[in-house]
Design a protein around this ligand. Structure first.
Ligand code: URA
Length: 430
């Protein structure tokens, strides 16, 4: 291992055997944490070639279970997001794409820190089961074209170990390490095609557009390198996505989108990611044709019915589609008034996510229990004019003692003389 670390430290290119040796040693626990950490730091500073990235991804993927979805007819298409605040897009997106007949086998995650997780949001629906067996998952996708579940079995155990060490050795924000971590799990999930939503801005992993493009290209290169149909969309995460942040609240907003309502930014992102998914799934030849199909399945209610069916099939209470109050509801709704007149110029996404977490809607550590009912509803977004004392946002809380949350929110929202809304989609990488 010393030789492997030294080779990387000196900027050399590791061969397949050396990468296999490293991954095997991580999984078998024959390489101590200090050598794994030194290796990760060497990668952080010296980067990896495309060949090394692909090799590392494949070896991490092969370190655990792989799902075989070949029994499901059609091109299976999934979506991955690098994570953000208010990002409920997976929920309406999966339903609109499945409504066109494309199988969407979605394996999602939970939230940590300022970001929410799709599984946590779904669990706000009474009865919804995110943990179903691989067999049930495959059966449901084959039948309904749609299932959203948590990972079963042991997907990419090498990544679990490596990620936990990255977290404590300041090596999380390394493009080869992020890309191989994400793609090893996605490839193991057995999808044929993948659209990746790479977030950029204050609330994202990658704060600059340049870094976001580099990460998107790294992800797409790995995907294509293993024969996946793959592309990435770079979208805004300077301010939260949509108006609602919190678990029950984000389910409401997702269902609104499927009812042809809801905020414009969420709709735009759903239609953009969805159209590329439909093209990769070969149900449409062009983006514009795909977009028209999606607008139709939203307008005629097919996508909404698809979502209702999935909820019921996974044990959830389908009445939620028509009655949001069956989800946990917060006791208090507290408005935060603007302290001055002007135009909203900043709503710092990550800090708004932390405010929602402090209300109980997110986790500080993995074992924290969630309060599905709480959250924040933005009444104004960047570029909106506001008068002094008008409500900037509404806090959904089960306690009235929330001065710290109010202070955090005020500290991270700015009002200026003028400002314009940020664009939603920055770039397509394929
Ligand atoms: N998500 C992952 O799964 N891995 C990373 O390294 C970063 C984000």
């Amino acid at each position: 291992m010393v030789d492997v670390i030294a080779k990387k430290r000196n900027g050399g290119e590791l061969n397949a055997k050396e990468i296999q040796y490293f991954v095997d040693g991580v999984v078998n626990q024959t390489i101590p944490d200090y050598q794994i950490s030194a290796f990760l730091m060497a990668v952080y500073f010296k980067d990896m070639t495309s060949k090394e990235r692909l090799e590392l991804t494949m070896k991490m993927m092969q370190s655990g279970d792989q799902l075989n979805l070949t029994s499901i007819p059609g091109i299976k298409v999934d979506k991955h997001s690098t994570g953000g605040v208010g990002d409920k897009v997976s929920l309406p997106l999966a339903a609109v794409v499945a409504a066109t007949g494309i199988p969407v086998p979605m394996i999602s995650g939970r939230g940590l820190g300022h970001t929410g997780g799709t599984l946590d949001k779904l669990e706000a629906i009474p009865g919804y089961q995110v943990e179903i067996s691989s067999k049930e998952f495959i059966k449901q996708v084959a039948k309904d074209k749609l299932a959203i579940v948590g990972a079963t079995g042991d997907i990419a155990p090498a990544d679990k170990k490596i990620y936990s060490l990255r977290d404590v050795t300041a090596t999380v924000d390394s493009i080869p390490l992020i890309a191989s971590s994400i793609m090893s799990k996605k490839i193991a999930s057995g999808t044929d095609a993948l659209v990746i939503d790479v977030k950029t801005g204050a609330g994202a992993f990658m704060k600059s557009l340049e870094d976001s493009i580099e990460l998107a290209q790294a992800l797409v290169d790995i995907g294509k390198g293993v024969g996946l149909k793959c592309m990435a969309v770079i979208s805004d995460m300077n301010q939260p996505l949509g108006n609602k942040i919190g678990n029950s609240l984000e389910i409401e907003e997702s269902i609104d989108i499927l009812k042809n309502k809801g905020p414009q930014d969420v709709r735009e992102l759903v239609l953009t990611l969805g159209s590329y998914m439909v093209v990769l799934g070969e149900k449409a030849a062009t983006f514009d044709e795909a977009k028209k199909m999606l607008e139709k399945v939203i307008a005629d209610g097919t996508a909404l019915e698809c979502f209702r069916k999935m909820i019921i099939d996974q044990g959830g209470d389908g009445r939620v589609i028509d009655d949001y109050s069956i989800m946990p509801q917060a006791k208090f709704r507290i408005d935060l008034p603007a302290r001055e007149s002007g135009v909203v110029s900043k709503i710092k996404a990550d800090e708004i996510g932390i405010a929602s977490m402090q209300l109980g809607g997110g986790r500080q550590k993995a074992s924290d229990k969630l309060d599905y009912s709480v959250g924040i509803e933005l009444n104004k977004k960047i570029g909106d004019p506001i008068s002094k004392d008008d409500s900037l946002l509404t806090i959904y809380s089960n306690s009235e003692d929330i001065d710290d949350v109010k202070t955090l929110l005020y500290d991270n929202i700015e009002i200026a003389k003028s400002a314009s809304a940020p664009q939603m989609i920055y770039q397509i990488v394929d």
